[in-house]
Design a protein. Structure first.
Length: 241
């Protein structure tokens, strides 16, 4: 399987299957992704057109939701990583009354509509790309607002401004940006106090530095296989007598 075939069978459909890699297990085991955000989100820079791009997820277009107590600045701390098939996600988010912590990667089939981007490719194919792209992070949240208890699912889109390691054709060319969306999952699901919350904006670090970083590492090649007499070439399943 050539490296330049589909590397991601959705980073935007990671909900139902964290990273499906067109059947190439070597790429899945060698792939590494990290997305981090730690800073203040300027909500006045929200994009009502949503976020699009080769690695973007499904932050929908729509009017921004401003909860009670919002000051126009949200605070986020997010740390997500994928390493050889394993996701690790945790962090906190607050915008007025919308306050929660999140942990774990949500793999529910609820988001099967995100599979529309299942054939997205990383281009150009570099061993490591730093910045210049967006990564969706979907997690389970629990409210930290005692007046609005409950749990649900939250989706972030972490977009990192391009830098020296972004390659010649970065898919994201704007400043660091975070999109936030809490989908409504139906009345039969867990209490979801922040359902339909939709917001986001450019993000800056607390000390004025980068507010978001995204890094993707893929192998430059995959192993070739030449069968020898000590092991037969893989073939069809044996036929029962």
């Amino acid at each position: 399987m050539k490296k330049q075939t589909k590397v991601f069978a959705l980073i935007g459909a990671v909900v139902a299957s964290a990273v499906a890699l067109s059947g190439c297990a070597y790429l899945q085991l060698a792939l590494k992704i990290s997305a981090k955000a730690d800073g203040n989100i300027n909500l006045s820079t929200y994009r009502d057109s949503g976020i699009a791009g080769p690695l973007s997820g499904a932050i929908p277009a729509g009017s921004q939701i401003t909860p009670g107590g919002s000051t126009g600045t949200a605070k986020i701390k997010l740390d997500a990583s994928y390493d050889g098939g394993n996701w690790n996600v945790n962090g906190t988010y607050s915008d007025g009354a919308v306050r929660f912590k999140f942990k774990g990667y949500n793999l529910l089939d609820t988001f099967s509509n995100l599979r529309t981007k299942a054939d997205s490719e990383v281009n150009p194919y570099t061993s490591t790309q730093k910045g210049g792209l967006c990564i969706p992070v979907i997690s389970n949240y629990i409210s930290t607002n005692s007046a609005m208890p409950g749990t649900g699912v939250v989706e972030f889109e972490v977009c990192d401004a391009p830098g020296s390691g972004s390659g010649s054709s970065p898919s994201w060319t704007d400043p660091d940006y975070i999109g936030v969306y809490v989908p409504y999952l139906g009345s039969g699901m867990d209490a979801n106090p922040f359902a339909n919350y939709l917001s986001g904006g450019t993000v800056a670090g607390y000390r004025g530095g980068s507010g978001a970083t995204v890094r993707v590492t893929t192998p430059n090649s995959v192993p070739s296989y030449s069968p020898t007499p000590t092991w037969p070439s893989p073939g069809a399943s044996p036929t029962n007598p």
